[in-house]
Design a protein around this ligand. Structure first.
Ligand SMILES: Cc1cc2nc3c(=O)[nH]c(=O)nc-3n(C[C@H](O)[C@H](O)[C@H](O)COP(=O)(O)OP(=O)(O)OC[C@H]3O[C@@H](n4cnc5c(N)ncnc54)[C@H](O)[C@@H]3O)c2cc1C
Length: 436
């Protein structure tokens, strides 16, 4: 029997938990399947040189307190920039700026009465304090009731469809309420939204966490996937292709269906079913390195059902292109079920598929602008937050004593995000520490 703590997954949840435990003098080992730390917040080196680029676009809201506290503790506050976000929406073959309340008032795709209803709705949403009152409603039901059918069809239906596809009609009102609250809370007095970023990518923060864990005696094992987990004596046996290890307690930060596969040999069938009940969408991100800017917007929501990506995110309209060797970094993002044919296409085929659509949206765009491309896929990218989601969430105490679950599927009523990953990781660490 070992008194050490094993943490499965070196994303922000696992790293935040490991750091607090290691600093409190606990013997911590983090097992990570990939060759890098940071999980979904990992980065890659672009061909054009300069700073690493996030595999999946990332920013923070000004209300993201937990991660800002951690950044302060790590002495990295100077690396965080706060920039006005240039957001827009692509609708009926045109891109519209939609960053401030004034932009909304001018938004020509809706009649004035609907623009006012949309603005009023955003304000009312921020005043909802008891999210439980929304749990029984779908996002569609709530949004239609709040702002009417036309606003729903033009603004919300394409976004929900783009993000959740066939499951859009099941998404909880709580999920969209939280998004509205978050975006409203990240605005300055003039109504302009400000977003935060870490110079050098989010992976820089993950690496700083990893360094601090190691400095306090913790171990991080990369390329070390865990395939089996079983109670043994008063602790746990952890198996992987790398061998077998033992720990007194385990924190699993993976998607609950992955934990289900690890424990199904010995855990109660009902507990396994509960872990499997959480649906997840995958994400595919095509990252382009361009020799010039594509447009003038950072975050372009796509409200055009014929465009097969939910957003075009031009990172270098948020951070300076000079940081990436002068190249302009653009993400095309698509959430999709893991068996969607697009998810299985080769990187080159994804590029060939995407570029004609991009050319339709930006008529001046030419393929010759593309200096490099990268395709990133995440199988466990977004939990499907259904109605009455609070009843589905697996408990933090897993199917065996001393096994704890701390995953993005358990973040609620907020949606996943690095801020909440850090908050959850630190909370589970505090729980283990207070248990002795
Ligand atoms: C497209 C996209 C955009 C996003 N944008 C933002 C944003 O703008 N701002 C923001 O704050 N958040 C954003 N997020 C969310 C954010 O990335 C996540 O909430 C956060 O990184 C989750 O951290 P985690 O540690 O809980 O999970 P993960 O990052 O998923 O970490 C889990 C880790 O477990 C490892 N693992 C899996 N299986 C095994 C195994 N069997 N054995 C060992 N290790 C294993 C994985 O490799 C991974 O490293 C975005 C996510 C996506 C997909």
């Amino acid at each position: 029997m070992s008194d050490g703590i094993a943490i499965i997954g070196a994303g922000f949840t696992g790293l935040a938990a490991a750091r607090d435990l290691a600093r409190a003098g606990r013997r911590v080992t983090v097992y990570e399947a990939e060759a890098h730390v940071g999980g979904l917040g990992g980065a890659f080196q672009p061909a054009g040189g300069g700073d690493p680029v996030d595999r999946f676009y990332h920013h923070w809201f000004t209300s993201d307190q937990a991660i800002m506290t951690l950044i302060d503790e790590l002495g990295l506050a100077d690396a965080v920039t706060q920039e006005p976000s240039l957001t827009g929406v692509y609708f009926a073959n045109r891109a519209y700026r939609l960053s401030t309340p004034l932009d909304l008032l001018r938004f020509p795709a809706l009649p004035l009465i609907d623009r006012l209803r949309l603005g009023w709705m955003a304000l009312r949403a921020r005043r909802v304090t008891d999210w439980r009152a929304l749990e029984g409603l779908t996002a569609e039901e709530w949004l239609r009731a709040m702002a009417g059918d036309r606003v729903y069809e033009v603004i919300w239906a394409p976004l929900l469809q783009g993000k959740f596809g066939a499951q859009a009609s099941e998404i909880s009102a709580v999920w969209i309420w939280n998004k509205l609250k978050l975006r409203g809370g990240s605005r300055s007095k003039d109504g302009a939204e400000r977003l935060g970023y870490m110079r050098g990518s989010f992976a820089r923060l993950a690496e700083a966490l990893a360094a601090d864990i190691r400095a306090h005696g913790g171990e991080i094992r990369l390329n070390a996937p865990v395939t089996g987990l079983a109670p043994e004596g008063e602790g746990w046996r952890i198996d992987g292709p790398w061998g077998t290890a033992r720990a007194g307690k385990v924190i699993a930060t993976l998607a609950p269906p992955l934990v289900a596969r690890m424990v199904e040999g010995w855990a109660a069938p009902e507990a396994v079913r509960k872990l499997d009940r959480i649906g997840y969408l995958a994400n595919l991100c095509l990252v382009l390195e361009l020799d010039r800017p594509l447009g003038a917007t950072y975050w372009l929501n796509v409200n055009d059902p014929d465009f097969p990506f939910v957003g075009v995110i031009e990172h270098t309209n948020f951070q300076p292109a000079a940081q990436y060797g002068g190249r302009h970094i653009v993400y095309l993002s698509r959430y999709l079920p893991k068996d969607d044919p697009l998810y299985a296409l080769s990187d080159g085929a994804v590029l060939d598929y995407a570029l004609p659509h991009l050319g339709r949206m930006f008529p001046a765009f030419r393929r010759s602008w593309v200096m490099g491309h990268h395709v990133w896929r995440a199988r466990w990218a977004q939990p499907v937050v259904e109605r009455q989601y609070s009843r589905l969430i697996p408990d933090a105490e897993g199917p065996g004593e001393g096994l704890y679950l701390c995953s993005m599927a358990q973040i609620y009523p907020e949606d996943r995000g690095t801020n909440y990953a850090v908050r959850a990781g630190r909370q589970i660490a505090a729980r283990l520490l207070s248990a002795g």
